[in-house]
Write a protein that binds this ligand. Structure first.
Ligand SMILES: Cc1ncc(COP(=O)(O)O)c(C=O)c1O
Length: 423
């Protein structure tokens, strides 16, 4: 059933998106929703404007606690009733409490300093500035395939040429190296480095867990050369991949950890740099060296504090769901060897690599029609990302796996004989 035309209808919304936001977005949203738009959500379940339901296994990793987690909503409501914006000439207790909770969550001994932003790229920008200011150096080493955002500074550390080439020159001094230990010495040989910036599992780059040996070698080389280690856990952190942080789980000792996406509990936009005193020294010396109007926004701070508690309470559930997914996706790959080239991931972050981007595109659309929303990968269009929330039930995971299986089984023959896309 398609919604009727009129103000507030799906058709009206898609028209407005087409006219005022982007025709291409209107087309994609229209196709993904078969003409419907999203209207409400609770936990893993969404309601669409035409009355259909959908399972949210996507939302680009934001809804780790599902939609409208009750504790997060209650905290934000309380803040709305108290003081939703800060004067920024007075201290704010909600923001202060969040900063303390975040440091306690990440590493209360070493990473005690916090800068708050709204988007992940805010955190990346702040970290790049702090690394440069604290070292007096400008070079940054990032990794091929990396995604760190699209604001001009963050974009310099993002690998994908599609988003970079028409804007170059970007922020200077960023070098991308292959994710292999042999690439590390050369990168440090060509001049002093301020920091290495790395995702332990590349998310947008196709769900690629980086080898722990490589990450250790990179971090050791950075520290030997007086450079900082910045770990971008905007997608992987907060138990998305199992542990609170992937980096500390594998024994890294980062100088700064970046968080975002799920940090606002799926309710508010919040991001953070959580850092050592040495990394944070420029801000300690002058807190106005990097400011934004809504940094530390009380609504986001209230959401974030509640989210940290909620995420920890669901840690065991996350392990259980991860085990279901690991088995289920391996089974799916075995059942569809012609279509699925690989499944990989960790915890509740999984990528299904299809034989060709066109297959992934077809599957994405059909999943939407069958009520399963997943996220594509910006840097690798043949990979679809599965990002179930910690609040998903076993039945919802089984349902998602069954939909995936049915959609793969129905992929038309013409898609089955496509040659793999060139790397
Ligand atoms: C690892 C990582 N870093 C940074 C970003 C940028 O975050 P945002 O889109 O919120 O600016 C993203 C977004 O996908 C990300 O996955």
């Amino acid at each position: 059933m398609t919604a009727t035309v009129g103000p507030g209808t799906a058709r009206g919304a898609l028209d407005a998106i087409r006219r005022h936001l982007s025709p291409q977005l209107a087309l994609v949203y229209g196709m993904n929703g078969s003409g419907a738009i999203e209207s409400s959500g609770r936990g893993t379940r969404l309601k669409l404007s035409d009355g259909r339901g959908a399972l949210d296994f996507g939302s680009y990793a934001v809804t780790l606690l599902g939609q409208r987690h009750p504790a997060v909503v209650a905290a934000v409501r309380a803040e709305l009733d108290a003081m939703p914006v800060s004067t920024r000439v007075l201290g704010n207790g909600t923001t202060a409490h969040f900063a303390a909770a975040l440091a306690a969550y990440v590493d209360p001994e070493r990473l005690t300093k916090v800068w708050l932003g709204l988007n992940g790229s805010d955190a990346v920008e702040a970290a790049l500035k702090l690394a440069r200011l604290a070292t007096g150096r400008t070079r940054v080493i990032a990794v091929e395939g990396a995604y760190h955002g699209k604001s001009l500074g963050a974009l310099a550390a993002t690998w994908n040429a599609r988003y970079r080439h028409s804007l170059e020159p970007l922020l200077g001094g960023v070098t991308h190296i292959a994710a292999h230990p042999s690439a590390i010495p050369g990168a440090f040989a060509t001049g002093e480095v301020a920091a290495v910036l790395v995702e332990p599992v590349q998310g947008e780059g196709g769900v690629r867990p980086l080898d722990a040996g490589f990450l250790h070698a990179l971090a050791s080389a950075a520290h030997e050369h007086g450079a900082f280690v910045i770990v971008d856990e905007i997608q992987t952190g907060l138990r998305r991949c199992g542990p609170p942080l992937v980096s500390t789980d594998i024994g890294l000792r980062p100088d700064a950890v970046l968080l975002g996406k799920a940090l606002g509990g799926g309710v508010c936009p919040v991001s953070a740099v959580v850092a050592t005193e040495r990394f944070y020294a420029p801000l300690a010396a002058d807190p106005f060296v990097h400011t934004t109007t809504f940094s530390g926004h009380p609504l986001g701070a209230a959401a974030g504090t509640a989210a940290l508690v909620a995420v920890e309470a669901l840690a065991g559930r996350g392990q259980h769901l991860a085990a279901l997914l690991t088995t289920g996706l391996a089974h799916l790959a075995r059942r569809h060897p012609q279509l699925i080239a690989d499944v990989r991931g960790r915890g509740l972050l999984w990528g299904i690599e299809f034989a060709h981007p066109a297959v992934a595109g077809d599957v994405l659309l059909e999943l939407g029609r069958h009520g399963l929303l997943v996220s594509p990968c910006l840097g690798q269009p043949e990979v679809l990302r599965l990002l179930p929330p910690l609040v998903a039930t076993d039945e919802e995971v089984e349902e998602a796996l069954a939909v995936l299986d049915a959609v793969c089984a129905a992929v038309p023959d013409e898609f089955r004989h496509l040659a793999p896309a060139p790397p």
